[in-house]
Design a protein around this ligand. Sequence first.
Ligand code: ATP
Length: 703
Amino acid sequence: MSEQLPLELESAAPSAALRDAESLLALLDAWVERGWLRALDRALAGFFRELDESCPPLALLACALASHQLGHGHVCLDLAATLVSPDFALSLPPEGEDAARASLLPSEILAGVVPSQWRTALAASRLVAVDGLGEAAPLVLAGERLYLRRYWSHERAVAAAIGARLRDAPALPADLAVRLARLFPEPPVVDGERRTDWQKLACALAARGSFSLITGGPGTGKTTTVVRLLALLQGPALEAGQALRIRLAAPTGKAAARLTESIGAQVASLAVDDALRKAIPSEVTTLHRLLGSLPDSRHFRHHAGNLLPLDVLVIDEASMIDLEMMACLLDALPRHARLILLGDKDQLASVEAGALLGDLCRDAEGGFYGAETRAWLEAVGGEPLADPALREGDGERRPLAQRTVMLRHSRRFGGGSGIGRLARAVNCRDAAQARSILAESGRDLHVLRLRGEADRAFERLALDGLPARGESRPQGYAHYLKLLRESRPAADCPPDHEDWKNWAAAVLEAFDEFQLLCAVRKGPWGVEGLNPRIAAALHRRSLLDGDQGWYEGRPVLMTRNDYSLGLMNGDIGIALRLPEPPEQPGAKPQTVLRVVFPRNDGSGGLRWVLPSRLSAVETVFAMTVHKSQGSEFAHTALILPDTLNPVLTKELIYTGITRARHWFSLVESRPGVFDEAVRRQVERRSGLVEALEGRPSPPAPLP
Ligand SMILES: Nc1ncnc2c1ncn2[C@@H]1O[C@H](COP(=O)(O)OP(=O)(O)OP(=O)(O)O)[C@@H](O)[C@H]1O
């Protein structure tokens, strides 16, 4: 990697901050003060200095940066990638700060440092285990990746558990091809052309092993596939009198609720006999509930010593699973159980460290099936694999690819859908194509270019949505607030009357008609600036009684799990004024503000919570794209900031666009930011695939 750095940099004098440990710690203090590093990252370097007084400054810096990277979702610090482009790799300066005016940038501090020098400095400290040797060392250097030991151990454990499952070959029914043909009677036809039935092949591959991956964009039929897969697995088990214990899970409550609904509908319409239909569950739980969260602990009730009682586990929205959660899950999974991960590999990864699905699906696009896999798929599928996207693979070298299927045809966003075409162009980083699709501004796309911060067109979009298109209308926030007022039950309606529940459920449903998504938190175009702005605009329009503190109609997002209230991080509730039973008979009825949340357990029920009991909530007129994962809204507006910053990547834009069910609006505060963001790709650094398949990670991404 040192060849990539210009020679004059290699011989440059080291930055003054790297001269000794004191100077380095002073630099870290300065970074903490500016909000560039967390106090935790600095404290770790200070602690390591105490443990090893001779620890070289470059090693202390690496330690603080490895911790900093965890906060940005990377399980390790990749030395080589960091040296190629330090500020981009470390996402510094953070959003909202102008890089041009910043000083003491990582690129300045690390100028002249080469990977071999950094590795040597790390290897010189007894706090670093090189390639895992040295059990007690708190840091592990594996090739050019530096880990805090816990994350290295998680990565190893996940690779070992998946690796073992990839070698499994469970018994298959002799008539597998017939059963598959029964479940998939019609081959897909797109634009009059017959296509490979990837849903059928996904079922076949998933049945063939005890670990499988099914990836695909929105509406490509993942849920449909999994329901038929469960029928394929459960059918022979029932016939043998040994029904499988099947569990379905998703990372968030909202995703679990959405899936419970769509799986329920799919199971109901499945063309199988009643006994089999009844043996396929449709309730989707959250991963935390499945594993049994323990309050105030990162541990779970289920683990290697208390395994999950199940035979098949399906996890949807798997792009949101982080490394630690996956390690816990695999630890608690009985060895015989099948694990099927479903999700969209192109979406943003979890906020926590690790990008499991993206890492594991690295080969999904090209297929890379070995000759044996291909021949088997053709035999059970009953037709040759003719998809031009497929590339030749070697089953021995790419075992993961032999268990991965990518669903390629979106039934929701067909060829004519602007949202679908825009999402595909963004996914390919084709900014020019994306721009021309937006310019066509079809029925489902809209672009709003703002003229400065005060442009009222923004409020009009956020409050009123867009003019009606055909029979329906892309709404804004005025819609749910009008419904709140207009369909409120009469004041004398008894507090325990069903009408209150129905009204609250309708308000929650109407709120889902529109969501404003932001790329960033800070600044005028981030959630922190836009939430008060929208609340004030709604207040001015008399749609809200207030815009400070708690007021009726305030939508809030849970920012932490609260097990005592049964609410999970990401749940959305709305404050409503409700009647209270009078304290004494005949007394005047009182009203009280309560926050109503959907139960998110598939029951359609509601939870009512007093605002005073909610300690970790924020207003959610504007929501970050990260938080929106697993949710969909009829009309979604994505607003981009006026300066480029490290979070603006094609993954973020793609995730924002694909939250829209029917209409997508792009709000641009400055031209060009969208196009630049589409060209940039985030790649999380990890050694998972290398640990699994002995293949090196792809080259470091360039900004
Ligand atoms: N093989 C099929 N034949 C007919 N219709 C199908 C088939 N597969 C999927 N569909 C329909 O296409 C739509 C999208 O399918 P599905 O919900 O399974 O996709 P998904 O990938 O799970 O979507 P999401 O992105 O919302 O999770 C549904 O209306 C479903 O009924």
